[in-house]
Design a protein around this ligand. Structure first.
Ligand code: FFO
Ligand code: ATP
Length: 179
């Protein structure tokens, strides 16, 4: 089994108690995060495959009157970020992940985002990430520094590896919140 598959399996196999403990710590870190307090436009994702459960984070962001956006995979491995409010109807995309139905009027360009909470399968000390293999986030975040976007990875500690062999297109996350 390759490392993507083996870490996805480890992540799915975390017990409910392990998950809840870690998620409580992660939520606390987000609530105390100065950049999150200052941000207005925040992209996050709806969890699947054992990812950190983002629902409570989204509820918190809504409570704080932040504008929340979800990734929508489109052609050429591009991501669209669409507004997500408590009223937004969700549909399942081809990966089985819930997303808002495509509605161009609610999409935001990447450079308008302040923070992009980024899903990942594995990460290393340096902040390199391995994702699901579509290259969606590597493309979306290719120029994040110039665009003054703060990508923040969200993960469980079991997703950390010593060193990923990174490719030229791999972005390095400046911050990963994990527990
Ligand atoms: N919650 C969440 N949303 C996300 C991502 C993510 O990692 N997590 N993505 C991060 O990029 C994008 C979706 N990327 C994905 C890429 C591949 C597969 C996947 O399961 N691939 C299967 C084959 C799928 C198929 O039938 O076509 C596989 O590799 O076995 C899923 C999501 C956008 N939304
Ligand atoms: N900035 C980019 N421009 C063009 N192609 C890219 C870019 N980033 C990644 N790719 C292509 O996308 C493919 C998948 O990349 P990779 O395996 O690193 O994805 P990933 O980070 O695991 O997935 P994701 O970001 O969707 O979670 C690679 O074959 C790579 O050639």
């Amino acid at each position: 089994m390759n490392i993507r598959q083996s870490i996805r399996q480890k992540r799915r196999e975390l017990s409910l108690a392990q998950r809840n403990n870690a998620q409580t710590i992660i939520y606390q870190k987000i609530k105390n995060h100065p950049a999150v307090s200052q941000a207005q436009h925040i992209a996050i994702f709806l969890s699947f495959d054992g990812e950190v459960d983002t629902k409570p984070i989204i509820e918190y962001l809504w409570q704080q009157n932040k504008s929340v956006y979800l990734p929508v995979p489109v052609a050429d491995h591009q991501l669209l970020f669409l507004n997500y409010s408590p009223k937004t109807p969700l549909i399942k995309n081809k990966f089985g992940i819930l997303q808002p139905a495509i509605d161009e009027t609610s999409s935001i360009t990447i450079e308008q985002l302040d923070i992009v909470f980024t899903p990942l399968v594995a990460f290393d000390e340096r902040g390199y990430r391995m994702g699901m293999g579509g290259g969606y986030y590597d493309r979306a975040l290719a120029n994040y520094q110039k665009q003054q976007i703060l990508p923040i990875g969200l993960a469980f500690a079991c997703q950390k590896v010593a060193k990923l062999d990174n490719q030229p297109w791999d972005i390095k996350l400046p911050e990963i919140i994990y527990a």
